[in-house]
Design a protein around this ligand. Structure first.
Ligand SMILES: Nc1ncnc2c1ncn2[C@@H]1O[C@H](COP(=O)(O)OP(=O)(O)OP(=O)(O)O)[C@@H](O)[C@H]1O
Ligand SMILES: [Mg+2]
Length: 302
């Protein structure tokens, strides 16, 4: 599987575009990780067919309108549980609009109208209230947004404190587990009570991921979570996503084609508000079914 994917990338002359070929990059964690990821994908293929067929998110004719103009139009998609789906496409094609529809965020937008159906974990989204949906579907934004006046520790438990009423005795364990899962624990375990603002951008983003994980959602939406980060922080977050997809479903918007190829199992390509193609990532990047997808991934536009 791994070799096949890499050979395909070679065959289609896309290696230069999607995986670094610079010899100096042999020490680059991003490059090394990409090979590891492909190898680990083989293990994911071993999951039982029952698990593979389980659907986390399904939409039927989903459209979102802003002042009578569509942000996305008639999107029909099934997203598998415990997998990573990358959402790609040129700026303005509706990636964020799609993501935001999956946890009621358009409710907060004046003049936004959502039509069609969204099914989350087997239930129509309208059967959830706005608190329940956020217990199931967490969101990580492009810019790290820790609470500035809170410590690292309090940031991690902030979602729990607001909505869950967990017993205080569990907080220490949840903080440690969430920070281990987001790959930040070793860097902050001796200074949990200092301000979250003293962390670097990459650390703050991993803190925001820990805050999302602490709530134990089942689906995690990420809108360009590493676009402001350096390659090492990016590799750390990609590694966390890869480890966590055994227990969470990730839907990640990215402009970084290499990142989509590295971290995702499936890729959805949006163009002008429409879902053009949704396939296995290896297919999208090597033998896309649609000409529009091919033009985008080969850099003809976008
Ligand atoms: N609140 C809003 N009011 C009006 N139009 C909006 C609003 N949010 C999004 N749109 C429009 O919907 C379309 C899709 O926007 P969206 O933010 O989803 O694009 P995107 O693919 O995430 O782009 P980018 O890659 O630049 O983040 C755009 O034409 C945008 O102008
Ligand atoms: Mg966007």
């Amino acid at each position: 599987m791994a070799n096949e994917f890499l050979n395909n990338i070679n065959e289609f002359n896309l290696k230069e575009k999607y995986l670094s070929t610079n010899p100096e990059d042999s020490e680059n964690p991003v490059f090394i990780k990409s090979e590891e990821y492909v190898n680990k994908d083989a293990a994911v293929q071993e999951k039982s067919s029952h698990e593979k067929s389980a659907i986390a998110v399904s939409t039927t004719n989903l459209s979102v309108w802003f002042n009578d103009k569509p942000g996305i139009e008639n999107v029909n998609i099934n997203i598998k549980k415990d997998s990573v789906t990358a959402i790609i496409g040129p700026s303005g094609c509706g990636k964020s609009t799609f993501l935001r529809a999956l946890n009621f965020m358009h409710d907060l937008t004046p003049n936004a109208v959502v039509t069609g159906e969204i099914n989350i974990l087997g239930k129509d989204i309208t059967e959830y209230n706005s608190i329940d949906i956020r217990k199931k579907v967490g969101m990580v934004f492009q810019k790290p947004n820790p609470f500035p006046t809170m410590s690292i520790y309090d940031n991690v438990i902030s979602g729990l404190k607001l909505n869950w009423g967990h017993k205080k005795g569990l907080y220490d364990e949840i903080v440690e587990t969430s920070l281990v899962q987001s790959g930040l624990w070793n860097e902050v375990k001796d200074r949990l009570k200092i301000s979250a603002y003293s962390l670097s951008g990459g650390q703050q983003q991993r803190l925001c991921i820990a805050r999302t994980l602490a709530v134990k959602p089942e689906i995690i939406l990420m809108d360009e979570p590493t676009s402001a980060l350096d390659p090492i922080s990016t590799a750390g977050i990609e590694a966390s996503i890869h480890d966590l997809k055994k227990i969470y479903t990730f839907i990640i918007v990215t402009h970084n084609m290499q990142q989509a190829a590295r971290v995702s199992d499936f890729t959805a390509y949006f163009y002008l508000g429409k879902l053009i193609e949704h396939s296995k990532t290896s297919t999208v990047f090597t033998k896309p079914k649609e000409k529009l997808t091919e033009e985008y991934i080969t850099g003809k536009f976008g």
